[in-house]
Write a protein that binds this ligand. Structure first.
Ligand SMILES: Cc1cc2nc3c(=O)[nH]c(=O)nc-3n(C[C@H](O)[C@H](O)[C@H](O)COP(=O)(O)OP(=O)(O)OC[C@H]3O[C@@H](n4cnc5c(N)ncnc54)[C@H](O)[C@@H]3O)c2cc1C
Length: 456
């Protein structure tokens, strides 16, 4: 077996020196970081501002670059009990449901990338990560909201930056650790405070798009033959149209159908840049009026309470992810549009990379610099791919759209590149093949030299 794919090479590695670590945020990113750091020997506390760790949301895709890391930290088996392996991905036109391409995923993906591609309910993934983190000894502190970081040391002695002001049950106290890993999401307070201290203008830029998400239980669509046909097949369905695209697939052993609809936002929606709210069913129906009957059918099953509505943003690359002994991770530093399904996968890469970096050296600054060196440029590239994919998927009908569709047809029979980056060979190679844990370990010496970093 290729050394890169020999999991024990990585899972048996231990921290050069165990540290006390605070992870901020118990989302997919924070839980994965806690798990990976604890499993390699550190003492881990995870602070979560919510009173209870639950996940709403809907489906999430676990691509090979993420499933490989889950496997090395011992949770992929449990994940796969709840996940669905998609057999094909179908690319279609919005108006007439014409299939432009259908890409096989089984067994090609696992064979080519050494790990499976699956989809899962977010709540299942979050629960599995939480249980695994608790089982291996992470302390999870709910109702612990980080409200500030100890700025006074920031510009002076970076090694002192490791205190957080935390509010719990209304009381604020300082908590400290050797290392702070902030995975507190796209509205990260740690990122904001680091930016203020460095004079950097930290801004999310509205992408002018939003996503609706809903799950259709089998019982709700049993009478609808077409919707049931979609539910019963393990196919990913991608519909492309002017100003929007739709991604849909079955979950939980074909008992739930997951639908994500992306569309252009109207001006007042552009202002709501941060939070997930609920959209009215009639607004969804109105926007997708001209789309093909199967889309109408799916939307007609949205419950009266509506669907989740999440505004889309762009996050300009940050000057740095690391300040002293604090590092950002997950959406906090590389929030990306979900158009290549890589946000959580990249947070898992952060977790794997951080854990490996601390097995290479006991110098905290060096480990965090190595983490940034391996991850920052890569995730910015993927962020940019996601943004440009939005442009491609949302083309209005016309000359450019016809060229896109011709290229998709050609790529389907093996010639040329697929303009949909998720389906494009080269982009897949980069997103799914690169093994960041292997890069961290194998190239520590040379990367440290290249980056001008001194070894322990
Ligand atoms: C429509 C849509 C579809 C997507 N599909 C995919 C997909 O198929 N595949 C994929 O890989 N990614 C996908 N993503 C992206 C993925 O959901 C995110 O990238 C990922 O969940 C980010 O995880 P995170 O842990 O970094 O952040 P979050 O999930 O935002 O977690 C942050 C946590 O920190 C907590 N927190 C925040 N502030 C504080 C504080 N001050 N103190 C303490 N705790 C705090 C929050 O309560 C939260 O629990 C999708 C995203 C969207 C919107």
């Amino acid at each position: 077996m290729d050394e890169k794919h020999n999991d024990s090479t990585f899972s048996e590695r231990r921290a050069s020196r165990p540290y006390s670590i605070i992870v901020v945020g118990a989302g997919i990113g924070g839980l994965a970081i806690g798990l990976c750091m604890r499993k390699t020997g550190h003492d881990v506390r995870i602070l979560e501002r919510r009173h209870e760790i639950t996940e709403v949301g809907a489906g999430i895709q676990i691509p090979p670059n993420a499933s490989r890391i889950l496997r090395r930290f011992g949770v992929l088996g449990e994940v796969m009990k709840y996940a669905t392996v998609l057999e094909r991905n179908s690319l279609r036109r919005w108006k007439d449901d014409e299939e432009l391409g259908s890409v096989p995923l089984v067994p090609d993906i696992e064979e080519n990338f050494g790990a499976p591609l699956a989809v899962i309910h977010r709540a299942d993934l979050q629960r599995i990560l939480l249980d695994a983190a608790i089982d291996c000894g992470c302390k999870i502190l709910e109702d612990h909201e980080v409200v500030d970081i100890d700025k006074k040391f920031l510009p002076l002695t970076p090694s002192s930056v490791r205190r957080l002001l935390v509010r719990s049950r209304g009381v604020k106290t300082w908590m400290s650790a050797d290392v702070i890993l902030a995975a507190d999401g796209m509205n990260s307070i740690v990122r904001r405070k680091m930016a203020i201290a460095s004079g950097h203008d930290d801004q999310l830029v509205p992408a002018g798009e939003l996503a609706y998400r809903f799950l259709l239980p089998r019982e709700a669509i049993e009478h609808d033959e077409k919707a049931m046909a979609l539910l019963s097949k393990n196919h990913g369905m991608r519909y492309m149209g002017p100003g929007g695209h739709i991604m849909a697939y079955p979950l939980r052993n074909n008992t739930l159908y997951n639908v994500v609809l992306v569309r252009k936002a109207e001006s007042e929606q552009l202002q709501k840049i941060t939070w997930t709210t609920r959209a009215k069913k009639e607004d969804i129906i109105k926007y997708y009026r001209g789309w093909c009957p199967i889309i109408h059918a799916l939307i007609s099953h949205v419950p009266g309470s509506g669907a989740l509505e999440t505004p889309m943003n762009n996050m300009p690359p940050l000057p740095t992810w690391v300040k002293g002994h604090i590092a950002l991770a997950g959406d906090a530093c590389h929030y990306m549009l979900p158009y290549v399904a890589q946000g959580a996968a990249n947070a898992l890469e952060d977790a794997g990379t951080l854990a490996m970096a601390f097995t290479c050296t006991d110098r905290i600054e060096l480990a965090l610099e190595l983490y940034q060196f391996i991850r920052k440029h890569r995730s910015e590239w993927i962020q940019a791919s996601a943004t440009s994919n939005g442009y491609t998927l949302h083309l209005p009908d016309g000359e450019e759209q016809r060229r896109r569709d011709d290229s998709i047809r050609a790529a389907n029979i093996g010639s040329g590149t697929n303009p949909d980056k998720w389906n494009d060979k080269k982009t897949r190679e980069f997103m799914w093949h690169v093994d960041v844990m292997a890069e961290t370990v194998n190239e520590f010496e040379s990367l440290a030299r290249e980056a001008g970093l001194k070894k322990t």
